[in-house]
Design a protein around this ligand. Structure first.
Ligand SMILES: [Zn+2]
Length: 450
């Protein structure tokens, strides 16, 4: 008997935790954290205590009590007994938080399968962020074309296009039929060919179940969405029409967007200024020859911005060891101030205080290349605009989503023709049911038999 159980991503965007069981074989696909995880009980500095392992999470039912899944030390202060692993493997579709974050609780004895590039992302995050720790795991990397046998289940990872490189969907062959899991994907990105390939493979295997993401399954989209090439064209138009500095802010792991702004800089005879964190990530991703990203140490178009720290004199000792390798590429606020007309600068919202030192002239540009805020009362958005107004900067909203829109989702499902569709990673299962055939709406923790 083959069973599917959903412990996350149910009526919410993100936090996917999908359990596939075939007789005695039990495999999780993704083990992420919801974006509003625990928001009813925790806020700001009131957060679950790491020292209590899963204790604080179990108190409020924030993680499922699954036997043989969690690390011994995570269960030490709970009444849920530790047993040897009864879950055979965890597969990760891509390195976004809402798909990977909770692997920190998983027993190190359970192997974690992930794409070659995904592993580089996780390593980079652990190495450059003091609060990021995914725990000890036996990682096994895969690429498209590999077939991984986990006892009774065979898993075929197939690359897809999403707003992070090294994203995969999975074709899962069980004793009772085939299950396809999309992970997150889009059809309007620079590598839509990857998603198309996944779509064809999924169709060919005539799946019994399609576990499908539905981020943009909404009646009406109020937010503007462009394709990646439109973002590039419109950004280039802004840059070519000004002699002033252009700041950009984007999701830190969206390397397509990095490449977009890199191209815009090169095509407009400018250089791109990035943070040491971005430089480190680029260096790391250079280890994967499939990703084709510039090497920050060698590429003359890339400069690395160092903030003042500790001594305030840009002394080597002020910086983390991992940052120091980029000191030859270092630029400071003074350099940026002096060379504004020849630069595009990646500037995260949380680094806005640097603007005080950079002193951009009025009429400089700011491209917000992320999702628009969900609500009109978004406090960070208000603060962001206060800063831009203070410096007299011009605001531009240019973003390409990482997900298929409603029409594409409908066509995607129609093309694959699965016997059953299980919508996850969506707030609108009901609309899924209206728009697509054979939809089985999903309840948290309920078992569905294939
Ligand atoms: Zn996601």
């Amino acid at each position: 008997m083959v069973k599917l159980t959903f412990f996350g991503g149910v009526n919410e965007v993100g936090g996917n935790k999908v359990l596939v069981e075939d007789r005695k074989t039990r495999v999780f696909f993704d083990f992420g954290q919801s974006f509003n995880f625990g928001a009813e009980y925790f806020t700001g500095w009131l957060s679950p205590r790491a020292i209590n392992g899963l204790g604080d999470h179990f108190e409020f039912g924030l993680l499922p009590k699954v036997r043989g899944l969690y690390a011994k030390e995570q269960l030490a202060f709970t009444d849920f007994p530790y047993v040897e692993p009864e879950v055979n493997a965890v597969f990760l579709s891509h390195a976004h938080f809402d798909h990977v974050a909770h692997i920190c609780f998983v027993d190190p004895l359970i192997p974690v399968y992930l794409g070659v590039g995904t592993k580089l992302f996780l390593e980079s995050m652990e190495e450059t962020s003091s609060f990021c720790d995914y725990g000890e795991h036996e990682y096994q990397t895969f690429r498209t074309g590999n077939i991984i046998r986990v006892d009774d289940i065979m898993v075929e990872p197939v690359h897809v296009d999403h707003s992070i490189p090294a994203a995969y969907g999975f074709i899962i062959h069980t004793s009772e039929g085939t299950v396809v899991y999309t992970g997150d994907l889009r059809l309007h990105g620079p590598r839509k060919d990857l998603t198309e390939e996944f779509m064809e493979k999924a169709k060919e295997c005539k799946p019994d179940a399609l576990i499908c993401e539905g981020t943009r399954m909404t009646l009406k989209e109020n937010r503007r969405n462009y394709s990646e090439s439109q973002v590039e064209r419109l950004s280039s138009r802004i840059v070519s029409s000004t002699g002033k500095i252009v700041f950009t802010t984007r999701y830190s792991r969206d390397m397509d967007r990095f490449r977009t702004f890199y191209n815009v800089a090169v095509n407009n005879e400018r250089r791109i200024v990035v943070s040491p964190k971005t430089a480190y990530l680029l260096g790391k991703l250079n280890e994967d020859e499939h990703l084709d990203l510039p090497d920050p140490l060698k590429d003359e178009h890339i400069l690395v911005y160092f903030k003042r720290k500790k001594s305030g004199t840009y002394d080597d000792a002020d910086y983390h060891v991992w940052e120091r390798q980029f000191m030859d590429k270092m630029v400071t606020c003074k350099f940026v101030h002096k060379n504004q007309s020849r630069l595009i600068m990646d500037l995260d919202f949380y680094q806005f205080a640097e603007l005080i030192d950079i002193k951009p002239p009025r009429g400089s540009h700011f491209i917000h290349s992320m999702s628009e805020p969900f609500s009109e009362e978004d406090i960070e958005d208000e603060v962001l605009h206060n800063w831009l107004d203070h410096f007299g900067m011009q605001f531009h909203q240019l973003h390409a989503s990482g997900h298929m829109n409603k029409k594409q989702l409908e066509e995607f499902v129609e093309h694959i023709k699965p016997k059953h569709v299980f919508p996850i990673h969506t707030e609108n299962q009901r609309l899924f049911k209206e728009k697509c055939k054979n939809v089985q709406t999903v309840e948290y923790g309920k078992q569905y038999i294939l």
